[in-house]
Design a protein. Sequence first.
Length: 462
Amino acid sequence: MANVGRKPKPDPVRLLVFNLLTQVNREGAYANLRLPELLKSSDLIERDRAFATELGYGTLRMQGKHDAFIREKSSRPFDELDPALVDLLRMGLHQLNEMRVPDHAAVGETVEVARMVVGESKASFINALLREATRNPQFYDQYELVESDTPKQMREKLSILHSHPEWEVASFYDQLQDWHKVESLLRANNVPARPHLIAWPGRSTPEELMQIGGTPLPWVKYGVLSEKMPSEYSAIHERRAGVQDKGSQLIAEIFLQTAEPAEVESNESTLAWLDMCAGPGGKASALYTSLSVRRPQDSFLANEPMEHRAKLVAQVIPGELVSVGKGQDLVQSEARFDRIMIDAPCTGLGALRRRPEARWRRTPSDLKELVQIQKELLHAGAQILKPGGILAYVTCSPHILETKAQVLEFLKKHPDMELLSIEPYLPETAPRELLTSDGALQLWTDRDESDSMFMSLFIKSK
């Protein structure tokens, strides 16, 4: 290499992205939390911040596709390559294949970072492999053109072209039963989502948010499609509004609608509400603030197993209305509820567009463990639900074991619970195609421009 002997002068933007990839892939950091921290501590101008965001998140999403090239073209076995070298190759290949970066800049700037972080010898290897990529831009055509006659061939093809683990591709097909629909979903998962905001009732309004920048989200009452970064909204800083996907907002609206006068003896009836798995508090905040305006006579409890996450919930909801403990343990208390939401821990396969590294962190063994937790939570919810009460089961995953199969098993084991169609509670502006044949809600990212959320409602015999 002509640069041998010269001190490396890495581009600060690409060096920052390399540090992000290292911390996410090797140290378990979350990209959506770590990147803002790295950018805040840098002195990059706005244009470079945007480039770093596109390159960092994009490389994490598409690294499976890039790995296919590395495995095919590397003279060394992939599993024996230095992890830092692999991340550098991914970063270079992403610029070449997925961005509008000139070849010479993509190769030269990536190699310059490599010279600093992995040394001259490995930088030479990276240089050779990236230059091979510039000479072979049609590499992925071999996958596009292959005749895929079997499910296994289709899984492999779509897994490489759209950078998803094969087991996830298979899980989407189990639900959709159409490879064209699967491919449409995979494509959508690779498109960054603009932020969805929610104006919490009684604290802010959609109009206030739209004055900063945005347009109304369809189907929901308080949602805004943001045109700015969330940090630019004072209502969010002041905890009068939040960031929440349209799908989650829709689910909260549907659940609230089960308490309208037609569903209870009178509008003066007092209901006890429980969010059994409040998480960081998105749906809990939407439920609590809406109830404070629409049904102030009702009681509300948000339960969260993790103390640090419960503290996040308590930033919006009064601390005395937040409990810390496993949802399954609530059966040991005497409390009983009229409305219970179980927003269960799940694989998160419905939110892959928002979490660039998430697709690489879940495994089929995780699925088995999560399905068991979901069963336990549903069983506990059925025990503490009052007769005539309504239970909502929600996942941010379309996996059949976390949705349809879970519902069928729950109904089989709890003959006092009956599936309740969501159709009467769906907003009039929302299309009925969002509902499954048995009246559950199943959103799809490509079709509905939301996370691929699932929701079933159950009513307990009186």
